[in-house]
Design a protein around this ligand. Sequence first.
Ligand code: CUK
Ligand code: CUA
Length: 643
Amino acid sequence: MNEDRPHQPSRRRVIGTLAAGAAGGVIAESQLAQSQTPPAPPTGPRKEGPAHKTEVPPGQLDDYYVFFSSGQTGEVRIYGLPSMRELMRIPVFNRDSATGWGLTNESRKILQEGVLPEYRPHLAARGGIYDNGDLHHPHPSFTDGTYDGRYLFVNDKSNTRVARIRLDVMRCDRIIQLPNQHTVHGLRVQKYPRTGYVFCNGEYRVPVPNTGAVLDEPKKYAAMFTAIDGDTMKIAWQVMVDGNLDNVDADYQGKYAFSTCYNSEEGVALPEMMAKDQDWVVIFNLPRIEEAVRKGDYKEINGVPVINGRHGSPYTRYVPVPNSPHGMNTAPDGIHAVANGKLSPTVTVFDVRLFDDLFNDKIKPRDTVVAEPHLGLGPLHTAYDGRGNAFTTLFLDSQVCKWNIDLARRAYKGEKVDPIIQKIDVHYQPGHNHSSMGQTKDADGKWLISLNKFSKDRFLNVGPLKPENDQLIDISGDRMVLVHDGPSFSEPHDATIVHRSKINPKSIWSRDDAFFADAVARAKKDGVTLESDSKVIRDGKKVRVYMTSSAPVFGLTSFEVTEGDEVTVHVTNIDDVEDLTHGFCIVNYNVQMEVAPQATASVTFVADKPGVYYYYCTWFCHAMHMEMQGRMLVSPAKAAAPK
Ligand code: CUK
Ligand code: CUA
């Protein structure tokens, strides 16, 4: 079973020997030689899995998009699979120097609107924008059980936000901050009939509302489960629950969502949270909740219908599972859902077809459990191949365990069968894993990515802060084969692998795109046609500068403003050529933005320092790109005129 394991300890011993030798001040030649011998491949001989399967030759394209989260970096990263090349980054909850995300008017509006009114005063000094985000879970929208290529939804654990990314232009178009809850951790979407709902788990328990009236009385705190309408990005409803919510998933019938929950003890310190040896999975009955909203069986708090889903409510059921479960993963068969044990070496398998009986009180909560295989230490997340097999990350064992759902069900009934098919070492401490199309009914069982939290010795040493290690595993055969190590900067928690046929982005912006509709409206008011005019409109102390960009020239080679003016520069890229992006940067003025083909971007700043300031194009666009520049002339204000 564990035939893959011995490689790792032997390699550790080599490193241990070297360290001991160095400490003694003597390194024997044999030890040096040993250090230069490449370690044995951790998954055994190459013949099992030809490395060329991951190679995408020059000029050829990958088969899949992978949407990686980036944790505390706050952005989304797009990779190609199987090459594992990083293709693009989508800034969301972060500031981005290249695109001007967080600086341009277009992005600032989205970021500012994504802050609840009650938090706006606290951010006033920073222009009403959060500077950080903690993005864990990127999940594309569904229609009829599979990806439809419309949107990608992502959470921000740190500032309790959810963002939507348009997949046609790969840009964030909406952010909302959720009231009445503290963090958004688990995020998944409705799979059927469509998205529909975006389900968001509030992790920490706080007073609701959190106004200071209740402080150190944890028994009065609550966590919230929220459903956002993915089309409008408005909150549909919230359900108040017992315990802390961790991860969530939904079924393939559009009837149920289910969340793992830790800290049923409702403590506020670690020993309290781990006191009991059981926590639970909360099941949400979506039709009943919708009915409650229609009938008015809710309390409105901060403008949101809040339904009581605590123990005894008709809207939820609490199924006891071993202590502190983490990942919640629905299988592509539409039948099974797995809660991952974390502190327990088991995963708990539910048959979602039994949930109707559970809500009609025909069976007990634990009767919905159909298997609970013992897999190894620290099971966190599970992925599927669509052929009845599951792949569970074992954080403490640094392994991925492949097991069979049907065998696990039979073993649970007492049959003498072992559901475990294979364990493979990963490097090291895996969190999420994800299989190709594995969260849809189109799971194709080709690839698995293990997102490992530690890389330690797998890459050149880059100092005390190490990259994560996203490892690619070929799961197309009977046995898993590790084929690629991929370093990544902090810190992908989750990734979604989408077949390229599901996504069809534009290469050039449409001039009527809503993303720059405000700029178009401003221009119209000023009698300016963005696509052809380059001019300066003065409106008291406000100056609106409009210019085109067309390789290698800006529409204005200079413009003049006065010290103290509030200046808004609009740049419209009139080049109608794929990949011909321009940038606009003003030297020493903290201004930089990207303007892709046929886009308009704008930025507003105060011209508070007189002098000559060059602006230049930052995106290499033409042989004369260096010459693509102009001057902003800032004349001193009258008060500062010479005496
Ligand atoms: S969580 Cu990080 S490893 Cu936020 Cu999905 Cu499990
Ligand atoms: Cu335009 Cu470089």
